[in-house]
Ligand binder design. Structure first.
Ligand code: COI
Length: 354
């Protein structure tokens, strides 16, 4: 399989839409920056790579991705340093993960040159779209099957896009979660560890039912015992029990979150004890009853560090009234933000100037 870098052509917009943006009022994921990157995979190699004005794409109703779900994506963010430079965070990890997801769905790997040159050029071109205050530029690489065909087989052709949107907080309030007792997100041997579009589609019904009951999302339990906490679907989860950070271990059924990995690394740097292990929902309820459940929070690119105020389990709300005083998640979230915006030393080499 060829991994030759195709020539990257750039067609710039004649008029930027940036001036129409009211920075403070942008809903997450609804306004897109001026340009997008697109590359095509055909005849066993990456053929064409270009940056063009953001816009609609033409597709046939027979597009294979729509029928058989060969579609994977990523979530990453660009930040602005105090000096105004555009910065990226751990883009190598996103590159590796999109190809792990692609491998799981029988899709050819995206070449590093295609991914990185498209990403860098796009961020350079739309750097003005990176909010300067609290926000960031959310980056969504999306890779899908492009054959026009009815018939179950891996596609021969693919499209890879990168689009970006200026965003603020994904959750504007502490999050209320309900344990899902009716549905499962993933099982061993399935696609739970991959960032595939179908995982998110499969979560929607449970999420919708959770919202109808007044919660923001569900906590997924493992598919075999219906006992061990997996993730939330929009983010990985962690708890502080008696001053120890406890998080579900990566069993192959949950997403290997880049924010999760960064947070655990920073906690360890701070000398905090971190346990990656099976965490049952009963353990969390028991810790709550004993008064030693100090914090619960989510970790994700979109969600960042999202404090959890309520966990509903078996009809009972476990409410954390101390959410405003979550010391551990607040400290790690602050450290992470400072690294991402180059306000402090980046001892792990996670940040790249674009
Ligand atoms: C992300 O955090 O980047 C995601 O893809 C989660 C999605 C629900 C916005």
């Amino acid at each position: 399989m060829s991994t030759l870098t195709p020539h990257l052509s750039v067609e710039k917009v004649t008029h930027s839409r940036l001036n129409e943006l009211n920075g403070d009022q942008v809903a997450f994921g609804k306004v897109f920056s001026d340009h997008m990157f697109v590359a095509s995979y055909e005849n066993g190699s990456w053929q064409e790579a270009k940056i063009v004005p953001y816009g609609r794409i033409e597709m046939a109703p027979s597009l294979s991705a729509l029928h058989y779900g060969q579609a994977v994506f990523e979530g990453m963010k660009a930040y602005r340093s105090q000096a105004g430079e555009p910065l990226l965070f751990r883009q190598d990890a996103n590159f590796e993960r999109i190809n792990l997801s692609a491998q799981r769905l029988c899709m050819p790997p995206i070449s590093k040159e295609v991914f990185m040159s498209g990403l860098m050029e796009l961020i350079r071109l739309d750097a003005n779209w990176i909010p300067s205050g609290e926000g960031s530029l959310y980056i969504r690489p999306i890779y899908f099957a492009a054959d026009e065909l009815i018939g179950l087989k891996p596609s021969d052709s693919y499209k890879f896009f990168i689009i970006t949107c200026p965003v603020g907080a994904y959750y504007s309030q502490p999050v209320k979660l309900i344990v899902s007792d009716q549905y499962v997100r993933a099982c061993e041997g399935g696609t739970g560890a991959a960032k595939v579009a179908g995982n998110y589609a499969a979560s929607l019904l449970a999420d919708q039912e959770a919202k109808a009951k007044g919660y923001d999302n569900v906590i997924w339990l493992d598919a075999i015992h219906h006992k061990y906490i997996e993730e939330c679907g929009t983010m990985n989860l962690a708890f502080v029990i008696d001053n120890v950070v406890v998080t579900p271990k990566l069993t192959g059924t949950i997403l290997n979150g880049i924010t999760r990995n960064s947070v655990l690394t920073l906690f360890r740097d701070m000398g905090v004890t971190v346990e990656e292990r099976l965490v049952s929902i009963d353990e969390i309820a028991e810790a709550y009853d004993r008064g030693i459940l100090m914090e619960a929070f989510g970790m994700g690119t979109a969600a960042t560090i999202a404090p959890i105020s309520t966990i509903n389990y078996q009809g009972r709300d476990l409410t954390l009234p101390t959410v405003a005083e979550f010391k551990y998640s607040h400290a790690v979230g602050q450290k992470l933000e400072d690294i991402k915006t180059a306000k402090c030393e980046d001892s792990h080499g996670w940040v790249v100037r674009v």
